[in-house]
Design a protein around this ligand. Structure first.
Ligand SMILES: NC(=O)CC[C@H](N)C(=O)O
Length: 428
């Protein structure tokens, strides 16, 4: 059998091909002459499968799509407080190149508009890094997200620098407020080099998938940035990534996203996929016109809106049954899937509602693939309370995802790798 996913991608791409609305970015001469008909889309799953359609291997400049990734690098390099002191997280509701600084502090409102992104660029790498080393750090970081060595397009960079008056004005404003503490021209140059990194649609899908996969690149398996940084970045993408179209996007598409003026557009759906599209004509907000249509189709057709979440808690208890008889009698609860608060609460209720009569209770987590902190603590407490009630409690945990080996004694239960071990143990 062949997968239906590429067929779907081809069909949707065909559907938007005739739409020639919008304009290429005019303020960067090299972009104004780009081939306007290029069109592509790629999906990358969090376990590393990539599907593409159209011109997926054509290189173009990353532009503003670099912003969330460099924000991630700055947060990882300098810490949350240092970055937050310089750049806020409030949607500006204004265009990407607006000179919009918070009254009072003079901080840019968020890292997705140019004022914020220029400041964030200055925070990548170590303190007092040279301009060249900083760009090298940024390119290395972007490459780790893409799992491929990326390069700066020198012509594009020169072309943008010749007309960078607006970004230079923003940087000088920031320098006057001491948000920037170095030569503003050098920082804008570094930022423009960052924007001129060449990527393909396929690269962008992998980069987005790395965000969707809690910071682990699905191809290399490397943790590119820590999970708390990913949460911060995705949240800011969700609220500010589409500039003054952010609210429309959040309701219609509902996927944390970022656009670039070369025509790229990415979306990162946590836990599921990274999506990238490329089409150079832009709408009035500076977002790829056909890219926006593609994302609207994907989200509607495939139910990708982040606010639409299946009730996973309902299926966490796979079985609750008595096995064996007499002194060998045991109550077995089999859990499955990913367990978070609602799932753990469901399990607690199962135990409370069907109080085990058997002397032995087995909590089997073999089919559980992930569990978060609150769920782990609740379930260990279930084991402890059952034990205090006089049961002989076994936790089947072959992959060690539930039990905390350091405090086993305290929990008064036995951790085993296989359920068979519970049957062979003598009841105490
Ligand atoms: N929205 C964008 O992609 C803007 C990036 C571009 N380099 C600029 O600063 O104007």
């Amino acid at each position: 059998m062949k997968s239906m996913v590429p067929d779907y991608l081809d069909a949707v791409l065909q559907g938007v091909r005739s739409d020639t609305s919008g304009e290429r970015a005019q303020y960067i001469p090299e972009l104004a002459t780009a081939d306007p008909d290029l069109l592509s889309a790629a999906f990358a799953t969090v376990d590393g499968e990539i599907y593409g359609s159209g011109d997926v291997d054509v290189e173009f400049t990353i532009q503003s799509i670099s912003k969330p990734f460099v924000y991630a690098l700055a947060l990882a390099d300098r810490g949350f407080d240092a970055v937050h002191a310089k750049v806020g997280v409030e949607p500006s509701g204004e265009a990407f190149n607006e000179i919009s600084l918070e009254p009072g502090s003079g901080r840019p409102r968020n890292p997705m508009i140019n004022a914020g992104a220029i400041t964030v660029h200055s925070l990548a790498g170590r303190d007092r890094e040279s301009a060249d080393d900083r760009v090298a750090r940024v390119v290395r970081g972007l490459s780790a997200f893409a799992n491929r060595p990326l390069h700066v397009d020198a012509d594009m960079c020169a072309s943008e620098m010749e007309h960078a008056h607006r970004n230079l004005a923003i940087a000088h404003m920031l320098r006057s407020q001491d948000v920037l503490v170095e030569d503003p021209t050098a920082i804008v140059e570094g930022y423009v080099r960052q924007c001129s990194v060449l990527v393909t649609t396929r690269d962008l899908a992998v980069m987005a998938a790395t965000l969707a996969n809690a910071g682990v690149n699905p191809l290399s398996g490397d943790q590119v940035i820590p999970a708390p940084v990913v949460r911060q970045v995705l949240t800011v993408m969700a609220t500010c990534g589409m500039y003054d179209a952010a609210g429309d996007w959040a309701t219609q598409v509902g996927i944390p996203a970022k656009s670039g003026v070369a025509g790229g557009l990415i979306g990162a759906l946590p836990g599921q996929i990274g999506i990238a599209t490329f089409s150079p004509r832009l709408d009035a907000h500076g977002n790829s016109a056909r890219g926006v249509s593609l994302f609207e189709r994907y989200s509607n057709d495939m139910g990708l809106h982040v606010m639409e979440v299946p009730p996973t808690a309902r299926s966490v208890v796979r079985a609750n049954e008595a096995r064996g008889s007499g002194a060998e009698a045991m109550r077995v609860l089999e859990m499955q899937g990913g367990i978070r608060f609602a799932g753990a609460e469901r399990i607690v209720r199962e135990v409370v509602d069907t109080v085990p009569q058997e002397p032995r209770v087995v909590l089997d987590f073999t089919a559980v693939h992930s569990i978060d902190d609150v769920a782990r603590r609740m379930l260990l407490e279930v084991a402890r309370r059952l034990s205090l009630d006089g049961h002989d409690v076994y936790v089947v945990d072959p992959d060690g995802i539930v039990a905390d080996p350091d405090s086993r004694a305290d929990h008064r239960f036995t951790v085993i790798g296989h359920i068979g071990r519970a049957a062979h143990r003598r009841s105490t």
